[in-house]
Design a protein around this ligand. Structure first.
Ligand SMILES: [Zn+2]
Length: 232
């Protein structure tokens, strides 16, 4: 695992330097820069990749390793690529420098959530390179416009490309999400941390989310396990 740290660090630094600042306007973000970066990073692994550009400059990327069993639950690793604006006066270092200082990466988004967006990409690439074949489909989503309502990111994807991002389980910034399979699966997720409905619900197409408990995590892992890794 530790041998992957330099790769995660390098990718994180590049994501920070792309300065995908989302100020809430349609023209901001520029997440296509980071989709270009991640597409090239994941390219050549054999994973299926598709980019979805809601408006010019605001792309999201989906990479997939198809499962061997269509009935097995799918898992989505979801990280956003945008960051909120900065006031440089409040920073001791360049917020978009992505400097590595004493083992720490500095920059806007280093902990929300480009660290996870990069970690997930590195994990996904490693699995794809190893020809990992899960029972349930494994997908990676680098999504735009998370910091300002998701209009040009998650919300747009759910309205226009729901099949591309539909999943039974999602791991993202705040932990895990379980989607209840039902007739119109994919557009309604409920948020119930530890089985309780939280004070702040989701919005738009992600209104209903629920954090899976240990048993559900277990079922998820069981569903993915299946044939395991193959060297073919
Ligand atoms: Zn975030």
């Amino acid at each position: 695992m530790s041998e992957m740290v330099p790769e995660v660090t390098d990718l994180l630094q590049h994501l920070i330097r792309n300065r995908c600042v989302n100020d809430g306007t349609k023209e901001s973000g520029g997440e296509t820069r980071s989709v270009d970066l991640l597409s090239s990073y994941l390219g050549g692994t054999g994973a299926d990749m598709e980019r979805y550009e809601s408006v010019p400059g605001r792309a999201s990327l989906v990479a997939r390793i198809e499962g061997t069993d269509p009935q097995a639950p799918s898992l989505l690793l979801m990280g956003h690529t945008d960051v909120v604006p900065v006031n440089p006066d409040g920073w001791r270092r360049d917020p978009f420098g992505g400097e590595l200082v004493d083992g720490e990466v500095w920059g806007r988004g280093a902990v929300d959530m480009l660290n996870e967006t990069s970690s997930m990409a590195v994990a996904f690439r490693k699995l794809a390179e190893e020809k990992f074949r899960p029972r349930g489909t494994l997908a990676y989503l680098a999504v735009a416009d998370e910091e300002a309502l998701g209009t040009w990111g998650a919300d747009w994807l759910l309205r226009n490309q729901a099949d591309a991002v539909r999943a039974d389980y999602v791991v993202t910034e705040f932990g895990g999400v379980c989607h209840q399979r039902s007739g119109n699966a994919g557009t309604r997720l409920h948020a119930f941390p530890d089985g309780q409905r939280p004070d702040q619900g989701g919005r738009g197409g992600q209104a209903d989310r629920r954090i899976p408990g240990r048993d559900e995590h277990h079922r998820c892992v069981e569903g993915l396990r299946g044939e395991g890794r193959s060297s073919t």
